[in-house]
Design a protein around this ligand. Structure first.
Ligand SMILES: NC(=O)c1ccc[n+]([C@@H]2O[C@H](COP(=O)([O-])OP(=O)(O)OC[C@H]3O[C@@H](n4cnc5c(N)ncnc54)[C@H](OP(=O)(O)O)[C@@H]3O)[C@@H](O)[C@H]2O)c1
Length: 308
């Protein structure tokens, strides 16, 4: 079996080694060294150029290196073969860690203390206990659920919003338009962990911010397309939103001159909230390939109609 690997941001050599450790008979080819396209039956990709996969006549399986698959679904030539997204332990733990870090950053005044240290100041700032800081999660899937578990363990009251009804221990689970209104009205911190679909694009907009309590914090680790950046800048300017942590942007890399970059109330990271580590994530890929070979049902299949 021959697998094509394509990613500008993942380590092809590390992935090849991890995959061959688990599947010694798998031949891995890395773009641009495709060889004969007819040999390739499986592709492991992140943001392949449109048309790349359509040029593989014997492709039977597409594995996404990312949990979000909207870059693949935007390619109108994407072959109609099973598409499996990334669901792996290391990724969910990474994301739970990022969300916890950012929630604590704002709750515990981490940036203010860092500035005080640089200025040689010793001044205690009052903070609200976790039990009084309500966190609302948009998205209660693999990553939202992992973040919810971490926050519940720290004593934060957590509510989550999904498309269909969900149940999670210790979490107020809401869904649908009414559920969204309830969640927003009761969120001191709003965390976006949604997939980017036509329904969720631009969901972090002026109406959403207005529905949050004054002084709320917004954390976006979903996709840049969820956030209307001008609306966030206006909400920060007015003081209605007290701060934001952003890991994803409409344009990546974010241009250095972008107003979000130097904003004093914005904390930025360069799309690293949940990283696809080759070690743990290769288990998921190898398992999917084994199941595919055996003709078994595949887990984590993307439903192209719903967009995630
Ligand atoms: N920043 C990063 O480094 C990074 C890394 C990995 C992933 N991500 C982002 O995180 C996203 C989520 O990943 P995941 O693995 O948690 O996905 P997932 O398991 O598919 O979960 C998605 C969640 O969003 C909900 N949802 C989808 N459309 C909705 C809608 N229209 N209204 C309300 N809820 C909706 C789903 O509802 P149901 O439960 O009803 O299906 C589900 O709870 C990815 O798609 C990607 O965009 C970011």
């Amino acid at each position: 079996m021959t697998l094509l690997f394509h990613s500008a941001s993942d380590d092809a050599r590390a992935w090849t080694a991890e995959l061959n450790r688990r599947l010694p008979d798998l031949e891995v080819r890395v773009t641009p060294d495709i060889g004969d396209p007819a040999d390739i039956t499986c592709a492991l990709v992140w943001k392949p150029p449109p048309g790349l996969l359509a040029g593989l006549p014997n492709l039977r399986l597409i594995l996404s290196l990312g949990a979000g698959v909207e870059p693949l679904l935007e390619d109108p030539t994407l072959p109609d073969v099973p598409l499996v997204r990334m669901v792996a332990a290391g990724l969910a733990e990474d994301m739970a860690g990022y969300v916890t870090m950012e929630v604590l950053r704002w709750q515990r005044h981490a940036d203010a203390y860092a500035a005080q240290q640089r200025a040689g100041q010793w001044r205690q700032l009052p903070h609200r206990p976790a039990a009084e800081v309500r966190v609302g999660l948009l998205g209660l899937g693999e990553l939202g659920a992992a973040a919810a578990r971490a926050l519940v363990a720290l004593g934060f009251p957590v509510a989550g919003w999904s498309r269909t009804p969900r149940t999670l221990p210790g979490v107020t689970a809401l869904h649908g338009p009414d559920g969204l209104a309830t969640l927003l009205a009761g969120s001191d911190m709003l965390v976006c962990l949604l997939p980017l679909t036509p329904e969720t694009r631009d969901i972090l907009n002026r109406n959403t911010f207005a529905a949050l309590p004054r002084g709320a914090v917004v954390i976006n680790a979903g996709r840049g397309g969820h956030l209307v950046e001008e609306d966030l800048l206006a909400a920060l300017e007015s003081g209605h939103i007290a701060g934001a942590s952003l890991d994803v942007f409409r344009e990546e890399p974010l241009p250095a001159a972008h107003p979000l970059f130097g904003h004093p109330l914005v904390h930025l990271t360069p799309h690293v909230a949940g990283v696809t580590h080759p070690g743990p994530c290769a288990d998921h890929v190898a398992d999917t390939i084994r199941r595919h070979r055996a003709g078994d049902p595949l887990p984590n299949l993307v439903d192209r109609r719903r967009g995630y």
